[in-house]
Each structure stands twice: as C-alpha cells, then as structure tokens.
Design a protein around this ligand. Structure first.
Ligand code: FES
Length: 165
C-alpha cells in the first residue's frame, strides 16, 4: 500500500482544525450525557508509543470506542474487528463523536451518521469514515496516521483496513 496522495480534503490539514473540538467527546462522557449504544460508552485511549507516523495501542480487551485526541484517531473494537478511523468527518472535517442516539458515530455539523465500522448511514457526507492503515503487532495494533483510505476512491484498501481479533 502506498501513502495517500492527499488530493481533495486532506486529513493532515484537518488536524490543526480539530485540536479543540475533539475535547467535546471526552466532556460528554465525563458528564454522563452519552447514552450507551451497542458498544460501551466511549473512553480516551493513550498511545503506548509513537514512531513518526506509526502509533501503537494495546488491542482493546472488549468491544468499545476509544478516542485518542492527541493523535486524532478513533480506535474501535466491534464484533471481532478492530478499526482505526481519522477523527475528522470526511465531509468537511468536523470532529466526529459517538452518536447520542447510539449505534455509531455522528457529525454535528451536517448531521451525518455512521456505523461503528465507519459505514455511512445518512446525512450530507458522501462516503464512509476514512479508515487508517492498521496492522497487528503481537498484543498491540499499529496505526499509520499518515496513511488513510477513502471508501469511494480506494474501496479495496478501505475494506482491508481491519484487524480480526
Ligand atoms: S462536516 Fe460532517 S457531515 Fe458535513
């Protein structure tokens, strides 16, 4: 797999925009305002290490959603699969949150909704959430935050960006 050519919306540029906004999800969790959906309430996750663009996390022990605001990654374990997503909405880069109605992710800017595997459900976005390259390393996963796949232009790579656990 090769790095994305960064034409069109660029998640690297999104990162500067997302610095403050991504704190919202953590605040919602802390306040108890996020109801439980199919997965446990979202929680923060700290990377074990970062080597250039490669960020290492422990494989989550159970199904759930974890936000790494520092590296702008959403790590999800769901039904035997682990995915890593870019924190920003693929439409216009707003920080994604878990859906207050449960069952996936939500973008507050134009009301787009996505399943926990990143599949687009409804709203103004035109593709699924962008998946980051991910590989297994023993009991950990390694995510490349500079290599992401867009479901409309890279459907095969997007579908393959998953770890089975
Ligand atoms: S920015 Fe997310 S749907 Fe428009």
């Amino acid at each position: 797999m090769s790095s994305h050519d960064c034409s069109g919306d660029c998640p690297i540029a999104r990162r500067a925009f997302l610095k403050d906004v991504s704190l919202f999800a953590g605040a919602m969790v802390a306040s108890g305002l996020l109801p439980r959906g199919a997965l446990a309430a979202p929680s923060p996750i700290a990377a074990l290490s970062r080597d250039r663009a490669e960020v290492k996390y422990p494989i989550p022990a159970q199904d759930g959603v974890h936000f790494d605001d520092k590296n702008e990654v959403i790590l999800v374990r769901n039904a035997g699969h682990v995915f890593a997503f870019a924190l920003s909405c693929p439409h216009q880069n707003t920080a994604l949150k878990t859906d207050p109605a449960g069952g996936g992710f939500w973008c507050s800017k134009h009301e787009s909704r996505y399943k926990f595997d990143g599949e687009f459900i409804s709203g103004r976005a035109t593709r699924n959430m962008d998946r980051l390259a991910i590989r297994r390393d023993g009991t950990n996963v390694v995510v490349d935050v500079d290599k992401w796949f867009e479901s409309d232009s890279q459907p095969t790579q997007w579908a393959g960006a998953v770890i089975n656990v």
